[in-house]
Design a protein around this ligand. Sequence first.
Ligand SMILES: *[C@@H]1O[C@H](CO)[C@@H](O)[C@H](O)[C@H]1NC(C)=O
Ligand SMILES: *[C@@H]1O[C@H](CO)[C@@H](O)[C@H](O)[C@H]1NC(C)=O
Ligand SMILES: *[C@@H]1O[C@H](CO)[C@@H](O)[C@H](O)[C@H]1NC(C)=O
Length: 295
Amino acid sequence: MRRTAVFLVLVWVSGVCVSSAQSEVKELKCIVGERVTFKIKVKESAFIHKNGESQIAKVVKGHFEVTDGTFSGRLQWDSSTEFFYITGLNMEDSGEYRVEDRDKKKDFKYKLAVYNPVSRPQVSSRNKMNPTCSVLCSVQNRREVTLSWQREGETLSHTSSPDLSTLLSLSLEIENSSAPYSCVVKNPVSNQTVTVKAEEYCFDPVSRPQVSSRNKMNPTCSVLCSVQNGREVTLSWQREGKTLNHTSSPDLSTLLSLPLEIEYNSAPYSCVVNNPGSNQMVTVKPEEYCFGETL
Ligand SMILES: *[C@@H]1O[C@H](CO)[C@@H](O)[C@H](O)[C@H]1NC(C)=O
Ligand SMILES: *[C@@H]1O[C@H](CO)[C@@H](O)[C@H](O)[C@H]1NC(C)=O
Ligand SMILES: *[C@@H]1O[C@H](CO)[C@@H](O)[C@H](O)[C@H]1NC(C)=O
């Protein structure tokens, strides 16, 4: 038995197409709108065919002519480099091309695949609270697209699917104070990366606020609610779902605190503490913090 050796060489062609040579057919993978060059020198006379036998252009005695209207103005022959090239590539240009060199009596075959560049992936939060914080990265699926999560150059997970009608998506559990993660989307000709920093998507659970009495006498009865400050923490006083006052501070080393004057005959008040990942609430009934009016 003879084993067939397969040589696969990947190079960038004029910075636009990825080309690889496998046996005698050269594969060219290009981006929509860009240009592809068939790097075979054609001097005096040659034909170029697409998908089987249909001829699309020819060079006869150094004179170039396009014979297929869909390529007019786009398929060219450069008499100085002596290469055929196509500009303004579209998806329909994908297919097999054969350059027939009439002088050397030789054929050169190409398989051209035209791709749209991948779109930018979207990252959304699934759970914002440490230590179960997680995010989801998704992108519209397209031909030969893979989506992966990477950290410091290492691939943590990846996915791809032949079903182009779906979204491609992959979730990731974020470790607290980890190095940034990247969601990388790729096809053979392009890639897009979105970087995810743990601190932008994940928050430690807020602590429970403490309520203390400042003044128990009516009509100036008041209380103070305090909590350890943290990233994007807000402390607010609410009554019957309505916010009465709120506070937050960029100085994370301090306590957040907010006083409230309370009415004796009022519905209960709540001191609510939240950040994007969690919340805590303490209910304050006026009769527990203020002396009645008869006193
Ligand atoms: C996450 O990391 C920060 C900084 O290292 C630390 O202060 C915090 O307690 C950690 N949270 C959890 C839930 O491990
Ligand atoms: C993304 O594409 C650029 C060329 O546009 C290339 O230089 C780079 O290596 C690619 N990155 C990855 C992760 O494939
Ligand atoms: C909110 O609290 C601050 C700080 O105690 C106070 O100065 C302000 O008057 C309060 N606003 C309302 C609407 O109660």
